[in-house]
Write a protein that binds this ligand. Sequence first.
Ligand code: SF4
Length: 370
Amino acid sequence: MRWSGQEITSEQKDALPGLARLNNLVRSVRTPEFAGVTFHEVLAKSALNKVPGGGGALPFGWTINPYRGCSHACLYCFARPTHRYLDFNMGTDFDREIVVKVNVAEVLRKELAKPSWGRHPVALGTNTDPYQRAEGRYALMPGIIDALASSGTPFSILTKGSLLRRDLDRLEDAATHVPVDLALSIAVYDDELQKSVEPGTPSTKARLETVRAVRERGLDCAVFMMPILPYLTDTRAHLDAALAAAKNAGATSVLYTALHLRPGVKEWFMLWLEREHPELLPKYRAMYGSQSYAPVGYRKWLAARMKPLIAAHGLRRGEEDPITGGVRSAALNAMRDENGDRVRQRDGAERVRPAFVPAPVAPEERLTLF
Ligand code: SF4
């Protein structure tokens, strides 16, 4: 690929004040394969992002976001407001103006090599999707996976991207060194609705096939049914079909939660609802008019519907990381004994997961925004 002809300009400080504020924009690029999308390549100053927690046993978490913005373009995406920090809008700009940290793996390797790094679990996919379409072009994840595994750092990945399959060899190998927790986000099992509300994502079928491919490597794979959309995907028939499909693909656990609409995202989602399902507007306004979370009564009703269905399908309810919102790392659940634990793969072979012992937390660990 010839990059020079696609470059918009190497310095855009006047045109892109938000990016210029970061003072690390290399260039902005458009390509024919990604019509309507602009990639803003930046040199990240840091890769590991420290997420404040609620104190107690889990005072904070760590995440990596190789991209900002997400071409998966889910109407309900809670990360949309983060794009305003860069002076982009949280609507179409979030879907089409994608910031790419082209040096993220290199920076990450340096951060992980510091004696102060505590080898705490790192979550990917909790803000924007690391296997969105841009990853097919920039291939940042292989370097990130290698850096985490070789440094002894457990990690988790939550994605809607079937592109994860490209890295399965790597992930399988990484899981022999550190705990690796994988999850596919698959909430809509109605093709027409899925294309409408998550227009840039791989199909539900492709994502279920990804779950199956992960399981065939002997790795666990959770399915995040998030969000459940009131009056659209919460019928017993839809939930039953969804759980049957997840079970059939080999999902090891299922997590669910009702739609959450924070300010800004709410207005963007309601515009879509007015266009596609105007008959539901009064109901959604009653539910979300003055709050971001679905009403307690609805959440209780949903739990009463989901719990027996999950049990009926022989699925386990998974655990969310309370700080990052990603799949909870196995490394947090149990520090393994010295011999590790044995995992039987589909072909009958056994491999041993290594023991994981976290290093002490260093006082100088930094909070980073970008
Ligand atoms: S895939 Fe995730 S990060 Fe991307 S738009 Fe959808 S909800 Fe947002």
